[in-house]
Design a protein around this ligand. Structure first.
Ligand SMILES: [Zn+2]
Length: 214
């Protein structure tokens, strides 16, 4: 028995702690004591930060995701933007990637591949809408000039901090409005002019700003 090693786990117990069966260490040397080590901290000491690191170990970061949350748009706009950033809409490239039949060329302009980026940012109708709305309500925001996940953070981070929340919200409003119009054209064969869509977005935007007291 290792001299002096007694139970301290239960108040008043104090029973002798015996070496485990088969332990070959002599005398009191069998006892090395217990120590809690947190392998997620560089100094082995537990912290809430290390626990959160463990919780999110293995996750991948979604570019642009922080901008979705730094906004005052309602959840349907945020959800649309989240799906767009993850390329989860059923554009032709997405269908083909999943082994489904689809015409790879955009059915609306026949000038480019039918991708989410083309339909949301680069399709001629989309270009008109982005330019019209941004020129009207947020002229400091740069027009889309790259893929969504690249352009969005770059354009918003170039703005003064006080205007970023507003810009994120506006981007989500435009993205969803263009997608709805795209669906109307493809599935319902109904076409609204760019100027009418721009006016509808600006009206919606003005009502958002009124709700915020702007
Ligand atoms: Zn097109």
């Amino acid at each position: 028995m290792g001299a002096g090693h007694r139970c301290t786990s239960v108040r008043g117990c104090n029973r002798p702690i015996l070496p485990p069966v088969g332990c070959r260490r002599k005398g009191a040397n069998w006892w090395r004591g217990d120590a809690f080590r947190c392998k997620w901290s560089a100094d082995d000491v537990f912290s809430s930060r290390s626990a959160y690191q463990l919780l999110f170990e293995g996750t991948t970061k979604l570019p642009g995701a922080p901008h979705i949350w730094h906004s005052f748009a309602s959840m349907k706009f945020r959800l649309h933007a989240w799906l767009a950033l993850r390329w989860r809409f059923w554009s032709a490239d997405h269908l083909i990637r999943h082994g489904m039949a689809a015409n790879a060329i955009c059915r609306l302009c026949s000038a480019a591949d039918d991708t989410l980026n083309h339909l949301s940012l680069a399709f001629p109708f989309a270009v008109q809408v982005w330019a019209g709305v941004i020129h009207t309500v947020h002229s400091q925001l740069h027009l889309p000039n790259a893929e969504l996940e690249e352009w969005w953070p770059t354009a918003v981070n170039a703005l003064p901090a006080a205007r970023r929340k507003e810009a994120n919200s506006l981007i989500m409003l435009i993205l969803r409005s263009i997608w709805i119009e795209r669906n109307e054209r493809i599935f319902n064969d109904r076409c609204t002019s760019a100027s009418r869509v721009i006016n509808a977005i600006v009206d919606e935007w003005n009502s958002w700003m009124q709700c915020r007291g702007g």
